[in-house]
Structure formats: structure tokens, C-alpha cells
Design a protein around this ligand. Structure first.
Ligand SMILES: Cc1ncc(COP(=O)(O)O)c(C=O)c1O
Length: 427
């Protein structure tokens, strides 16, 4: 299928190419792009800010500068910067009224912070099964999970893949529910030509170090409703009234300290100089991989959800069908791929079965807020065959890999093809 640069080391005694995991030569021996990438031209501005002592948003201009710029790039009316993606989610859910004893519909296939933001409000995360083809919430299964306690839907654009937001918003409208988009991995992704994170009531982003726009830590909330963003501002700043909110002599609102620092904003401003260009490179390489990888039996790239027009690729995901690989388990496939010099991840596990649920449900607060029969029903419904299937099949490449050259992408294709052609030596 492919012409290997064969050497005596790469061929076993039967004349077949030896997999690197079995002592053969690796397909990719060079480095991959580093991440994050520092921009030295940002240093004078950061040093000036540090020397000025104006380190927090209360006496500096940089967080507001970042908010304006991010809102503009994303096509949102307003942006509020936060300390992290988790605090953005906590703030957005709280401002939209999620409260103790409420239920929030959510995709199980996500980073654990999504569930924790719901737990923060003493609400119940109610899982809607995943569509393994799209890696996303199965919008056909949302309505069946709505109860009289459901107040919000929290769709997750995992890996930067856009959820079918028209379907989510239609269900939300019919049942009077709020929508918070977890866009923590979906900067510049698009649905019907509009930027992800601007389509629900509020959209939340993360700028943690591994992210496509990194700042060590950081987050943002986007919204088109001034009043809502003013309330987010207040909630993230100890409850101090902001903008259209009514000023009061004392503290009239509850809130936390979820503020972004000036240093985070300056790092973000410098990262934003490159992130649209990086995104184009990731997209071009991802589309190239889609085309090449789907020719390999048992490798199935993700399918775009209805209406999705552009994925952001925080990771490039595909499904590994072990039946086509002599039933070699996914873990062994990943080991073989890594040995060929291609770093990859097995994605999220079936976290809906993790300990945090029972830990929460057995707490005094949850016992007060949810009846035994509701929690029993939750446990009975916590069978998510689509999600289980995806956890068994998913494999993903990190976003920085997608910043490699076309030759690097060919190495990925060649490495998987090599494993496929030598699958019997792994069994
Ligand atoms: C899908 C998702 N939601 C929420 C978060 C939380 O963001 P942070 O780590 O910035 O708190 C992350 C970050 O890793 C994420 O990937």
C-alpha cells in the first residue's frame, strides 16, 4: 500500500515491515510542534505592567482590552473574562438561575469540569447519551431526559466539534430551558457560519495551558444580552453591582472572586496574534487526515453534526474499530502508534460511572435536595450505550500535532497503515 524507507532493521525474518513496538524502525522520528509558543514581542508590555503594580483588573486596562477583542473576533456583543473555564461555567449557570435541587442536561463525553460546574450549584447533572459518530450529545435523546426540575441544557462542543445548536435551542425554547454552551475547547468553531459560544444564552471558554489559545489559566463568557453579562460581571466580582444592575448601599448580590488577572490578559492578547492562523493550519491538516484516514479499514473520522460548518480541533478525533484490526485492543493500537512516533490519546473514559456521583448523592446536601426515588431513577438511567461505545473506540491527536507539516500528516497516515498491514503481529 505504501512505500516504506526500508532498512534491514525495519524488516523481520519473514520480509515484512516490523512495527516499532516490536523493535522495528519508527515512521516518525523527528519532533512535533511545541505548545504553547511564546511571543517575545509581548515581553515589554508585560514587564511594564509588572513594574506598574497594576496587576488586577480593578486598576488595569488589559482585561477589558482582551474582552473587547475577544467579543469582536467571536462575533458576540459582550465578553466577560474569568479566571478559568470552570469559573466561567459556574458563573454562567448561576446567573441563568441554576440552583440547588435543579437538574441540568449535559453530555457525558467531556472534561470533568463540566460536571463539577453543575455540582457547584448543588444541581443534578442528568446525562443525555452521546452519538458516537459525532462525539457529541445525541440531540434526539434530550427531550426524554427532561423532568419538572430541568432548568438548563449544557451542550459540550468537545474537541471543538460543533453541536447541532438549532436542535438544542428548539428543545430549550419548547420547554423554557436555558442554554449554556461549554465551548471550552471550541474557539473559532462555527455552526451555520456563526461562531460557537454565541448561540446559546451564554457560552463559556477556557484558556488553560493546553488550549488553542493558552494563558496558563483563564476563561471567558460570551453573550449578546447586556443585562446577562452585567450580572455575570457582578457574580464574578464578589457580587458588586455592574452596568445595568441596580447599585445598592451594601452587598445586595451573592458572588465570588473569579476575576482574570492583567498578566493573563496580556498573554492572551499576544496569543491572539497567531490563533486564527493556527486554526486555519489545524483545519487544513484535519481535512487532509479525514480524507486519507477514512481509506484505512477500521479508522472512522468523526462526522460533523447537522449544521456544523467548522470544527476547531482542540483534538483531532477518530474511531478505531478493532474488528478490522484482528481484534487488537485500542490500548495496544495506541501503544503501537506511539511507538511509531505519533503521540495520541484514548479520549475520555465512561466518567458517568465515576465516584463523584455517589460521593455527591451521599452528601447531606444532596440527600436533602433530591428524593431517594429520583436518585434511584438517575442510577437506573445511567446506562449510556452510545457513550460507552465511543469511550471504547475513540482515539485522538492533540491540537499541536495538527500544526505539523503535510509530511508530518503523511507520517500519521503511514504509521496507521503500517499498523493495519501488520496487525497480526500485534494480536
Ligand atoms: C470541555 C471543558 N469544559 C470545561 C473546562 C474547564 O476549563 P478550565 O480548565 O479552564 O477550568 C475544560 C478545560 O479543560 C474543558 O475542556
Amino acid at each position: 500500500m505504501i512505500n516504506w524507507p526500508l532498512t534491514s532493521f525495519g524488516i523481520d525474518s519473514y520480509g515484512k515491515v516490523k512495527l516499532a513496538v516490536n523493535g522495528g524502525e519508527k515512521v516518525h522520528s523527528g519532533p512535533w510542534p511545541d505548545w504553547p509558543v511564546w511571543d517575545q514581542s509581548a515581553e515589554p508590555g508585560i514587564i511594564e505592567m509588572l513594574r506598574s503594580g497594576r496587576w488586577w483588573r480593578g486598576n488595569g486596562e488589559h482585561v477589558e482590552e482582551f474582552e473587547k477583542k475577544y467579543a469582536e473576533i467571536m462575533g458576540a456583543k459582550r465578553c466577560l473574562a474569568t479566571a478559568s473555564g470552570t469559573t466561567a461555567l459556574i458563573t454562567a449557570l448561576g446567573v441563568l438561575g441554576v440552583d440547588g435541587g435543579d437538574e441540568v442536561l449535559v453530555s457525558p463525553y467531556t472534561f470533568i469540569a463540566t460536571y463539577n460546574a453543575i455540582f457547584f450549584h448543588k444541581a443534578l447533572p442528568v446525562f443525555v447519551d452521546t452519538d458516537p459518530e459525532t462525539f457529541l450529545i445525541d440531540t434526539n435523546k434530550i427531550e426524554a431526559r427532561i423532568t419538572d426540575r430541568t432548568v438548563a441544557i449544557l451542550p459540550v462542543h468537545i474537541y471543538g466539534l460543533p453541536v447541532d445548536m438549532d436542535s438544542v435551542n428548539k428543545i430549550a425554547k419548547n420547554h423554557d430551558l436555558k442554554v449554556v454552551e461549554d465551548a471550552c475547547q471550541a474557539w473559532l468553531a462555527e455552526y451555520k457560519g456563526k461562531r460557537i459560544g454565541t448561540l446559546g444564552d451564554l457560552g463559556c471558554f477556557s484558556f488553560q495551558n493546553s488550549k488553542n489559545i493558552p494563558a496558563g489559566e483563564g476563561g471567558a463568557i460570551l453573550g449578546n444580552d447586556d443585562e446577562l453579562i452585567d450580572r455575570c460581571h457582578s457574580a464574578h466580582n464578589c457580587g458588586r453591582p455592574y452596568g445595568s444592575m441596580k447599585a445598592s448601599p451594601g452587598y445586595a448580590y451573592r458572588g465570588g472572586n473569579f476575576r482574570m488577572q492583567q498578566s493573563q490578559a496580556l498573554i492572551l492578547m499576544s496569543q491572539m496574534k497567531r490563533f486564527e492562523k493556527d486554526n486555519d493550519v489545524r483545519l487544513a491538516n484535519a481535512l487532509y487526515l479525514d480524507k486519507k484516514l477514512k481509506e484505512i479499514p477500521g479508522i472512522v473520522p468523526h462526522k460533523l453534526a447537522n449544521g456544523a460548518t467548522r470544527s476547531a480541533y482542540h483534538l483531532y478525533p477518530f474511531r478505531y474499530m478493532k474488528e478490522q484490526f484482528n481484534n487488537v485492543p485500542k490500548e495496544k493500537f495506541i501503544m503501537a502508534l506511539e511507538a511509531e512516533g505519533i503521540p495520541c490519546s484514548g479520549g475520555y473514559g465512561p466518567q458517568n460511572k465515576d465516584g463523584l456521583f455517589e460521593e455527591a448523592f451521599n452528601s447531606r446536601g444532596y440527600k436533602r435536595l433530591f428524593s431517594e426515588s429520583r436518585l434511584k431513577q438517575w442510577r437506573e438511567e445511567n446506562h449510556l450505550p452510545g457513550n460507552d461505545q465511543l469511550c471504547n473506540e475513540a482515539v485522538a491527536f492533540y491540537q499541536s500535532i495538527l500544526l505539523g507539516s503535510r509530511a508530518d500528516m503523511d507520517d500519521i497516515v503511514n504509521a496507521i497503515t503500517k499498523i493495519y498491514e501488520n496487525r497480526d503481529s500485534l494480536a
